[in-house]
Design a binder for this molecule. Structure first.
Ligand SMILES: CC(C)(COP(=O)(O)OP(=O)(O)OC[C@H]1O[C@@H](n2cnc3c(N)ncnc32)[C@H](O)[C@@H]1OP(=O)(O)O)[C@@H](O)C(=O)NCCC(=O)NCCS
Length: 145
């Protein structure tokens, strides 16, 4: 798995992975209605894309601040369950440390919570439903030092 910073030319691929994600079909679909990663967002946040000879594996984005927020974290459906998510998460932790972060914040899609717990994050609360998000979302923290 190789990591690189995506460019504007990668936006269609990133948005395709997001839109095609099984995790956001069915009951969690409203979360991403009308949502697409923008060029501004790409310039503002810290994105990293993972790929290998078979193509793009997934990506993450971090929003700078304290705590650093893991905003997006996606492994393409066909590439899940093969250890890439764990590697991508460790890369995000390394990048967050590199940004000087002390703590990482994750507001998780409910089915992904156990993945983040497995990576060492701890649940600290719950974001209540609001707007089109009609379900509560787990809030997790990971200490970076
Ligand atoms: C969550 C996600 C990133 C995990 O990626 P992945 O490549 O499938 O994960 P890995 O294969 O690296 O698995 C790492 C570990 O987490 C576990 N795991 C992975 N997905 C899990 C899940 N949904 N629930 C529970 N455990 C999970 C694996 O069993 C593995 O455990 P192990 O270390 O004991 O072997 C991926 O499923 C994904 O992109 N989901 C859709 C988008 C999404 O929901 N993103 C999170 C938004 S908050």
């Amino acid at each position: 798995m190789r990591l690189r910073r995506p460019t504007v030319g990668d936006l269609p691929t990133l948005n395709r992975i997001l839109k095609e994600s099984r995790a956001y079909q069915g009951q969690y679909a409203p979360m991403l209605v009308g949502y697409a990663i923008s060029a501004d967002q790409l310039a503002r946040d810290h994105f990293e894309l993972a790929e290998d000879d078979k193509g793009v594996i997934g990506f993450f984005s971090l929003t700078p601040g304290e705590p650093v927020e893991l905003d997006l974290m996606f492994v393409a459906d066909a590439r899940q369950g093969q250890g890439f998510g764990g590697q991508l998460f460790q890369a995000a932790v390394g990048a967050a440390r590199g940004m000087g972060g002390v703590r990482m914040l994750i507001v998780s899609n409910p089915p992904a919570e156990s993945f983040y717990l497995r990576q060492g994050a701890r649940r600290v609360g719950e974001a209540p439903p609001g707007g089109r998000v009609t379900w509560a979302r787990p809030i997790l923290h990971l200490d970076l030092n």
